[in-house]
Design a protein around this ligand. Structure first.
Ligand SMILES: [Zn+2]
Length: 253
């Protein structure tokens, strides 16, 4: 399909350094991309959720260099070592049933600004006896391609239309994070009503009542207080705005 060819072509551009050729808005305009396409690039969520089917096949942004990734992404634990990290795509314990390409170690990377904001969230939660547990943060493009391959192999392409998987994700840019709340006393996650990566209405943040609704709102309020935005189809997914977000494909190591 067209989208695959775009991804293949794009991967051939990996050597291009954004340090030498930053993706400024003037250059973006010269690509003659339409505003809806730019909206897709900036707005797609990440477990990737493209926002509408017509936007899924838009050209992806060029992948930034490994040097750019190294200078822009930081290990969340370097900001606050008390944040719990259990990367689900590093293990078979995810919706594909196998580890995804590009995940080599249990380490959560985010763009520096997002990591700093997450540290502030953790600090605020500590006063309430709560902490964060991260399931996914920066996701290499190869990891997203592993999801696409799984969807094609298993006849789950509907997940693209429904907004649960996207060919390009904000996770690829290190500006999205999937997480939940844990009790600092027990280390146990709070009850959120569905497991991570539940692809149904039950995962929509607003679809909850009672204690589950309160726990989801607690998470959303803590994250929003530091500038994150929740994706309304997934209570666990949050994104953060940074200047010039670009996708990366260096492994998590
Ligand atoms: Zn996500």
């Amino acid at each position: 399909m067209a989208g695959d060819r775009e991804i293949t072509n794009n991967r051939e551009n990996q050597g291009m350094s954004i340090l030498r050729k930053p993706l400024h808005s003037k250059q973006l305009r010269s690509f003659t991309w339409s505003l809806p396409v730019l909206g897709w690039l900036l707005g797609l969520a990440a477990c990737g959720h493209a926002q509408a089917q017509g936007q899924i096949n838009a050209p992806p942004a060029p992948i930034a260099s490994a040097a750019a990734a190294e200078s822009l992404l930081v290990d969340v634990l370097s900001v606050d070592s008390t944040i719990a990290v259990r990367l689900r795509y590093l293990t078979p314990d995810n919706f594909t049933g196998a580890p995804l390409p590009g995940y080599e170690v249990n380490r959560a990377y985010l763009r520096r600004e997002a990591a700093a904001a997450l540290g502030r969230v953790q600090e605020q939660l500590r006063a309430e006896g709560l902490g964060l547990l991260i399931w996914d943060a920066y996701r290499p493009v190869s990891g997203t391609e592993g999801m696409v391959a799984w969807a094609e192999r298993t006849g789950n392409m509907k997940l693209f239309k429904q907004g649960y998987i996207a060919r390009r994700s904000r996770h690829n840019m290190g500006v999205a994070v999937d997480l939940t709340l844990v009790s600092l006393d027990t280390g146990r996650p709070l009850e959120m009503g569905t497991p991570f990566d539940t692809f149904s209405d039950a995962a929509h943040t607003a679809n909850a009542t009672g204690a589950v609704a309160r726990n989801r709102q607690r998470l959303v309020a803590a994250m929003e207080a530091q500038g994150f935005k929740n994706y309304d189809q997934e209570w666990w997914h949050f994104s953060f705005e940074v200047p010039n977000p670009v996708p990366f494909d260096v492994p998590v190591r």
